[in-house]
Design a protein around this ligand. Structure first.
Ligand code: UD1
Length: 420
């Protein structure tokens, strides 16, 4: 296993380009199961998670290849209806093969993904929506077994205790596109990645309206064909790079930014006094020593993204004042708190809140990454800290950030890998 070592305190400078969105590409790859015709997906980041989805597609009978940012899925039948535990357990997003498999093959057997360090992560909303379309669902030996001779369009409300669900909306939308008649998904997730999936499905011949809003309307069609699609930019990678510039007092130009997807983050950063200039798809971010603390509450899109909470905490840890960070999507998503405190941060957790007392600076320390976004927060903390930080279990970072070391090195950061 590798660890990432960072010699902190260097202000980042230069240009960097954001990759395609991980959370858009995974369900879009799963959507290729809905057709026997070829699909081309462009702007795909080279990540551990995209590699895992390729393996799943191949295990289901597809011929799928990744080369230079493009996934090509050749013409060929979706043959198997079984998504194995060993593949699904590596990545929760693989559960979104359930909807397309059921729609295409009338049956699906997909392993339950299980929980993870950020929380319990149930799938009740996925099953509720798919049952509403007429599927018969049972759970046996850790697998969801779904059958439906004919899926029928229906009304389904997908709001849960923590709001809407991204992958449940994706799963139900993908099952409904080939169902007979009209489906209405109310309290649908509005995330840009859900809208991107809908755009891909529309290119395949699906009839969908309302994507990107809480009410999605789908008129089922008999057949979907192959399609070519280019993935939207990763808003979480863009947000992480913005904070990398701020936390190091840098001056960087971030290219391929879709600022319209970053509203809540940009608003909070402006409130904190950050200097952000957006022009034609690029964002210039200049560090500002006079930032002030702000409070943050994570919410479903267009609220502040839970996937930016840990990284924002790293910035608030070195911003004067008190910041209250409230996690409303995953109330236990605070594994990074103890690690940031090892670097000298003053953060106290109180249930779903973290109270951050900003201090002058962190000091490098050995720390451990627990999940993808927590790893990103430790990288940010290390970049801004005095001295050396070594981050163990850095493989988490590879799940969601393409070439991140190379990108940071090009911006002048002192970052390298060592064997543990
Ligand atoms: C997606 C993102 C993940 C992000 C999350 C929230 C992908 C591949 N992953 O995950 O990066 O952190 O959205 O923005 O797109 N819930 C239920 N029942 C369900 C499903 C979810 O109660 O059936 C709860 C979850 O436990 C959580 C909340 O709903 O509290 C939102 O989760 P959800 O939007 O489903 O997350 P994912 O789609 O798994």
């Amino acid at each position: 296993m590798d660890k990432l070592v960072i010699e902190g305190g260097v202000g980042l400078k230069g240009e960097v380009t954001v990759s395609g969105a991980k959370n858009a590409v995974l369900p879009i790859m799963a959507a290729s199961l809905l057709t026997d015709e070829p699909c081309l997906i462009k702007g795909v980041p080279n990540l551990r998670d995209t590699g895992s989805m390729l393996k799943i597609l191949r295990s289901l009978g597809k011929l799928a290849e990744f080369d230079k940012g493009t996934v090509s899925i050749c013409a060929g039948r979706t043959r198997s209806h079984v998504a194995e535990y060993k593949l699904v357990s590596t990545m929760r997003a693989s559960f979104c093969v359930l909807g397309p498999l059921l729609a295409k093959l009338k049956k699906a057997k997909v392993s339950l993904p299980g929980g993870c360090v950020i929380g319990v992560r149930p799938v009740d909303l996925h099953l509720k929506g798919i049952r509403a379309l007429g599927a018969d669902i049972s759970i046996d030996s850790g697998y969801v077994i779904a059958r439906a001779n004919k899926l029928k369009g229906a009304y389904t409300y997908l709001g849960g205790v923590y709001g809407s669900s991204v992958l449940a909306t994706d799963n139900v939308m993908m099952a409904a596109v080939l169902a007979e008649g009209r489906t209405i998904i109310e309290s649908a997730a509005c995330e840009p990645e859900v809208a991107d999936l809908a755009e891909f499905l529309i290119k395949m011949g699906a009839k969908i309206k309302g994507q990107g809003t809480p009410v999605i309307e789908i008129e089922g069609v008999k057949h979907l064909h192959g399609a070519t699609h280019c993935i939207i930019a990763d808003r979480i990678e863009a947000g992480t790079l913005i904070l990398a510039s701020l936390v190091t007092g840098g001056d960087i130009l971030i290219k391929n930014v879709q600022c319209q997807h970053l509203g809540a983050l940009v608003d909070k950063l402006k409130e904190a006094g950050a200097n952000l200039e957006y022009r034609q798809g690029s964002l210039r971010v200049k560090g500002n020593r006079k930032l002030k603390s702000v409070n943050i509450t994570t919410l479903p899109y267009p609220g502040f993204p839970t996937d930016m909470q840990a990284q924002m905490m790293s910035l608030m840890a070195v911003t004067p004042g008190i910041s209250v960070i409230t996690e409303k999507i995953y109330p236990d998503r605070f594994m990074h708190v103890a690690e940031l405190n090892r670097m000298g941060a003053h953060i106290q957790r109180e249930g779903p809140h973290a109270i951050v007392e900003g201090i002058k600076g962190l000091s490098g320390a050995p720390v451990m990454a627990s999940d993808l976004r927590a790893s990103a927060s430790l990288v940010l903390a290390g970049l801004g800290a005095r001295g050396k930080t070594s981050i163990s279990r850095i493989y988490h970072l590879e799940r969601g950030y393409e070439n991140i070391e190379k990108k940071l090195i090009n911006l002048g950061a002192k970052v390298w890998r060592e064997k543990e």
